[in-house]
Write a protein that binds this ligand. Structure first.
Ligand code: NZQ
Ligand code: ZN
Length: 386
């Protein structure tokens, strides 16, 4: 097992009716900026619950943060933070609103030049403006981690950022919010969380016996609850297990002491930036090809996953590992998630070269758990995903 440090300061408040307890988590004298997305919270009752809980607080609102939070829109919110002397941020939404809020938390206290540098210069935020979240969509685990992904439509770029100062102070997780989530977003949530586990697990045996079993149990739980949540989003028990699995998939715990890959996400982000494909769907496009391309390096973990998560039997590692990739694709298909790029866009030709070129320009020359995946390899993997 590798050495590690673990500190996750986010307080989770989980369960039915917990939005009503919001006021207890906020400083009485805070000047709060309430941030939300395209307006789903106005039709599903979450906005009213939050506003009722915020009664008596000094609150300014900023709505309209789009999916794949857009830099230009966030700059408008930054202006509001400065002009209105905001001291506390409250994100009410899914990964996009929470990530946008993390960017603002960092940008509000940033003393360098343009806030875009936080993304392009990979600046780690040690201290941000404090913020809390009310999660409305289980998927990213942004509610309990310190990372964010920000998009700039103008240049078709999507960059990650983070730092120890960007954990939410608290996050309220009421599984009842799942009831109003459209099927497409439920399928996205399952796929994103499942792939988060794969990125931290599908490497090589590293002696993290407990970490492996944490990871396998999250995947098994997602496989078990996904059909129930999708058939019946009002099923509270299914929603609660779905929500907690998504949070646990990327709150830092399962990656401690073991190697991580993350190349699927790096490639997937480019597909969102170029074509606007939903984040989770880009992962389903790239992951099977990534595992086939890196088969020799990953086959032992692929076979372990095949046996333990999918119940594949036999003695031949290669056969079990191959079957595990097929099962993974079938799982995505069962969620009505398509797994090739050409099913999302007719304009896919040349994409692999373009992405490989971008990775070369940015100096991303060695990805994956061995830091050995070159831009030429990336090109081959994307071509296999067409
Ligand atoms: O904008 P509104 O109107 O709120 O509608 C949203 C949006 O259209 C809707 N929605 C959310 N909660 C709902 C709801 N609709 C009905 N009822 C509810 N209760 O769902 C749509 C998608 O929301 P979004 O926040 O974009 O989805 P998600 O949570 O999947 O977040 C995706 C973003 O997170 C980033 C992705 O790259 C992408 O930009 N990621 C963040 C990560 C992190 N911070 O750790 C890790 C991930 O790998 C990922 O990269
Ligand atoms: Zn993801």
């Amino acid at each position: 097992m590798l050495n590690f440090e673990l500190k996750n300061p986010t307080k989770i408040i989980f369960g039915k009716g917990q939005i009503a307890n919001l006021a207890k988590e906020l400083p009485q004298d805070a000047k709060i900026l309430l941030l939300y997305g395209g307006g789903s919270i106005k039709t599903n009752g979450i906005y009213e619950q939050v506003k009722t809980a915020l009664d008596g607080f000094d609150v300014v609102e900023f709505g309209g943060i789009p999916a794949n939070p857009e830099y230009e829109v966030l700059l408008e919110a930054l202006k509001v933070i400065k002009e209105q002397h905001i001291t506390y941020l409250l994100a009410v939404g899914g990964g996009s609103v929470i990530d946008g809020t993390k960017f603002l938390s960092a940008a509000a206290l940033y003393e360098g030049g343009s806030p875009w540098e936080i993304l392009t210069k990979s600046i780690k935020t040690e201290k941000g403006m404090p913020f809390g979240t009310v999660l409305t969509l289980p998927a990213t685990a942004s509610e309990m981690n310190s990372g964010a992904v920000i998009t700039r439509a103008e240049t078709q770029e999507k960059f990650s950022m983070g730092g120890p100062g960007l954990f939410p102070v608290f996050s309220i997780l009421d599984p009842q919010v799942v009831a109003s989530i459209p099927q497409r977003q439920l399928a996205n949530g399952v796929t994103d969380a499942f792939t988060h586990v794969l990125e931290q697990y599908m490497t090589y045996p590293a002696g993290g016996l407990l970490q492996d079993r944490f990871a396998e149990s999250i995947m098994q739980t997602l496989v078990e609850v996904a059909p129930k949540v999708i058939a019946e989003p009002t099923n509270y028990e299914a929603a609660a297990n779905f929500m907690w699995s998504c949070t646990m998939a990327l709150n830092g715990l399962i990656q401690k002491g073991v190697p991580g890959d993350w190349a699927v996400h790096m490639m997937g982000h480019e597909l969102t930036a170029l074509f606007g494909i939903d984040h989770a769907r880009t992962l389903a496009i790239v992951a099977p090809s990534h595992y086939r391309f890196n088969f020799e390096a990953k086959k032992e973990k692929l076979a372990q996953y095949g046996k333990r998560v999918w119940g594949i039997t036999g003695d031949n590692i290669d056969e079990i590992a191959n079957e595990a990739i097929v099962k993974t694709e079938a799982f995505f298909h069962s969620l009505e998630i398509k797994t090739t790029l050409s099913e999302y866009t007719e304009d896919y030709k040349g994409t692999a070269e373009k992405i490989a070129g971008r990775f070369t320009e940015r100096g991303w020359l060695g990805l994956g758990e061995h830091k050995s995946l070159t831009p030429a390899n990336v090109q081959q993997i994307i071509e296999m995903s067409y």
